[in-house]
Design a protein around this ligand. Structure first.
Ligand SMILES: [Zn+2]
Length: 472
């Protein structure tokens, strides 16, 4: 597929360079960014480019019996923009499940909640007196604007709050219960929206279809669980000696340093019940830097295979790849190989870019969704589909997570590149595979009314229009 199309595209490009073309129309908000020098037309950062950032310290408890997610967080938010901010916009993504919230997805009545309870909000030592949804955007959606005195350019602001909500049992939209002993917990903490040079605050609410746009941040997260549960998450597990017994720490050491696939936990180990330290509850501590999101998954009955490889020969740096799954899902026994090969091929063949993360964990869930260092993938019937899903989701490591693109507005950037990654890498994993994901649906839709200009904001698309523009 790409062997045909890529040279064709290059020919087109060379052809076009020789012909004077009228300037393409540039939207005003983009043109203003060129004028301010924050962006340039090549796509590179301009001389005045900036990003805001935050440092999140989160303590979260998860109770599988009630599915209550509750915790506290402190945030140090840095205003690197040239603007004085008089408002902070919080994103409360679990409010997708809140009664009365606007959404593009169907949620079963039993999964409709009261949303996220935010309590004890303190900003720079004061309880804000004005939490408002504004006149046009009701506060029961995923956006929570809070008025502040003034946050000047170059200043930081300190925020602390408590939060709680009930995780969905079904209606699994990228997060929720997988089964009665496994949970994928994403978008769980209140966070500050992106404020950028193009749009200011990102006021696109999360409606369930479009994906995410988040600042690069530092995360320090302590997750408290019942003592028989294990946690996998974005970032490095910095206290595994405190939560796992020596037998299993030694197996992780072997996986971290050797190329072989190591079975960290098998079904026999689960029966022995000797995996975690003996305690009613255990707290799992993760640290991640310069990532756009933090997510975790927990289980008391999954098995775990791991392997690592050198991703950067210049430094000898290794990435560990993990597959964590329900032992009844037979396709997952090979996912560790597919995932390892994807990380290897991304590092050495396409795009030949040393994999940036210390680990990549594929968790057996109910979705097909990517996060920094984590993937939530459903079991599949065919080996080909399993290869394609694994490499597609892991390819998202580059787009959007490394590049930091705005997935909410430009799904064609992250899904388009992940589709190209999938087309190229699937046949590297199995040379008999021809991956043409999305090609036939696009052929059926091409040139029709719903074949929108690719730059159409994803927030204006749904259904087949969204799919065709984003993926193939
Ligand atoms: Zn994707």
């Amino acid at each position: 597929m790409i062997k045909i199309y890529l040279p064709f595209l290059l020919c087109l490009l060379q052809f076009n360079l020789g012909i004077a073309q009228p300037a393409l129309p540039v939207p005003l908000n983009i043109r203003q960014a060129f004028d301010k020098g924050t962006r340039v037309a090549t796509g590179e950062p301009g001389p005045h480019y900036w990003q805001n950032s935050a440092d999140y310290s989160i303590k979260v408890n998860f109770d599988p019996a009630t599915r209550l997610v509750s915790g506290s967080e402190s945030i140090v938010y840095s205003n690197n923009s040239p603007d004085t901010l008089r408002q902070l916009l919080f994103k409360l993504y679990p409010n997708l499940y809140k009664k009365g919230a606007q959404r593009m997805m169907t949620i079963l009545p039993e999964d409709v909640t009261d949303g996220v309870a935010v309590t004890n909000l303190v900003i720079d030592g004061h309880a804000p007196d004005n939490i408002t949804g504004g006149r046009s955007r009701p506060a029961n959606g995923t956006d929570m604007p809070v008025r502040i005195a003034a946050l000047n350019p170059g200043q930081r602001i300190q925020i602390s709050l408590d939060f709680a909500y009930t995780l969905n049992k079904t209606s699994h939209i990228r997060t929720g219960e997988v089964d009665s002993g496994a949970y994928f917990i994403a978008y769980f903490f209140p966070r500050i929206a992106v404020y950028d040079d193009i749009d200011g605050w990102n006021r696109n609410p999360y409606l369930g279809t479009q994906e995410f746009y988040n600042d690069f941040c530092h995360f320090s997260v302590a997750i408290t669980l019942p003592g028989d549960y294990l946690a996998w998450g974005t970032g490095n597990l910095v206290n595994r000696q405190e939560v796992l017994t020596d037998k299993y720490n030694k197996r992780i050491d072997a996986a971290n340093t050797g190329d072989a696939t190591v079975t960290i936990i098998d079904t026999g180990d689960l029966a022995l019940r000797d995996i975690t330290r003996h305690a009613d509850t255990l707290t799992w501590k993760f640290v991640a830097d310069s990532v756009t999101d933090f997510v975790f998954a927990v289980s008391n009955h999954y098995i775990w295979k791991a392997s690592s490889l050198v991703v950067d020969p210049a430094t000898g740096r290794r990435t560990r790849v993990d597959a964590v799954f329900n032992p009844v899902h037979k396709d997952f026994y090979e996912v560790i190989d597919f995932a390892r090969k994807t990380v290897q091929d991304m590092s050495y063949r396409f795009p030949a870019w040393p994999y940036p993360y210390p680990h990549e964990t594929v968790f057996d869930g109910l979705d097909q969704m990517e996060y920094p260092m984590m993937v939530n993938d459903n079991p599949l019937d065919s080996r080909a589909e399993s290869i394609e899903l694994t490499d597609h989701e892991i390819f998202h490591t580059m787009f959007p997570f490394y590049m930091g693109v705005n997935e909410t507005k430009y799904a064609w950037m992250d899904e388009g590149w992940a589709t190209i990654g999938e087309w190229l890498i699937s046949p590297m994993i199995d040379t008999s595979l021809v991956d043409e994901y999305g090609v036939d649906p696009y052929a059926r839709g091409a040139g029709k009314e719903n074949d929108l200009p690719i730059i159409t904001p994803s927030t204006q698309e749904e259904g087949n229009d969204y799919y065709l523009n984003s993926y193939p």
